[in-house]
Design a protein around this ligand. Structure first.
Ligand SMILES: [Fe+2]
Length: 268
């Protein structure tokens, strides 16, 4: 199967696919991406092909109720981050914005309940719907630098994908916000609708503060130290980020090697 790893290397559509997610996170049931572990190289690798889009996706919240709280939080944050990154991507369109906004509404309003009471079927269904819409948004608009910074954490230190994204989220959003204040202000207004301000920077910061509060509530790690990632690893992880050109191209702010080092240092 290794010859399929990469972009557009699958030669035909194959058998019809019916995909049924058992977590609300990746959105894989509506994306052209498969991630698998290369056990020889100890790395996660991706197969990307339009032939991987399924013919049918089925969302059944009962299949997600046994997912433990920690995995519910981490995978749910991954879904939220897909939507936020698609919304702020350089490739966002009015169509992907509609998908991303609804995904952000659904996941941000239900993730705490799904985490605190996994048997709540309404919250679980809303998480699945949000995760699917986020998948459709990022399958078209792409994800950005949060995912690029998360990859070295997953590759070298085996940090779970959703956890790695969550740790990097607020530092990257704060870095990106100045390049796209209007979009980040809209995001802030969406996440904190009660905020009474018309100042775009204040609104943008309100969105990031919402995320910080959410991460605290979900008891997810917020620093590299909590993940046992040594500070000495930062320079080589920063170099790793610079290689994720496919995602950095979507990022609203250009990132230099120094920026990448600085961002990792902020979350150390
Ligand atoms: Fe992701």
């Amino acid at each position: 199967m290794y010859w399929l790893i990469g972009i557009n290397l699958v030669e035909r559509r194959g058998v019809p696919k019916i995909l049924i997610p058992i977590s609300a996170g990746t959105g894989s049931e509506v994306t052209p991406i498969v991630i698998l572990t290369d056990q020889a190289e100890n790395l996660k690798k991706g197969i990307v092909s339009d032939y991987l889009f399924p013919e049918t996706a089925i969302l059944d919240p009962e299949l997600t109720i046994s997912l433990p709280p920690g995995a519910t939080a981490a995978s749910g944050m991954d879904a939220l981050i897909h939507a936020v990154e698609a919304y702020t991507s350089m490739n966002a369109t009015p169509m992907t914005d509609h998908l991303a906004v609804r995904a952000i509404e659904l996941v941000s309003a239900n993730i705490r309940t799904a985490w605190a009471n996994g048997n709540n079927l309404e919250a679980r269904m809303n998480m699945l719907e949000g995760s699917l819409l986020a998948g459709q948004a990022f399958a078209n608009a792409g994800v950005t630098a949060v995912h690029a910074f998360a990859y070295p954490l997953g590759g070298e230190f085996h940090v779970a994908h959703g956890v790695a994204n969550t740790v990097m989220l607020c530092a990257v959003l704060r870095f990106n916000m100045l390049a796209s204040l209007k979009k980040f202000a809209a995001l802030g207004k969406l996440l904190s609708p009660d905020i009474a301000s018309s100042d775009t920077k204040m609104l943008a910061e309100a969105g990031i503060r919402f995320m910080e509060g959410l991460i605290v509530d979900l008891q997810l790690p917020r620093t590299l130290r909590e993940l046992n990632v040594p500070q000495e690893a930062i320079p080589r992880m920063a170099e790793g980020v610079m290689k994720v050109t496919r995602l950095l191209a979507n990022n609203p702010r250009k990132i230099t090697l120094k920026d990448a080092n600085d961002i990792y240092q902020v979350v150390y």
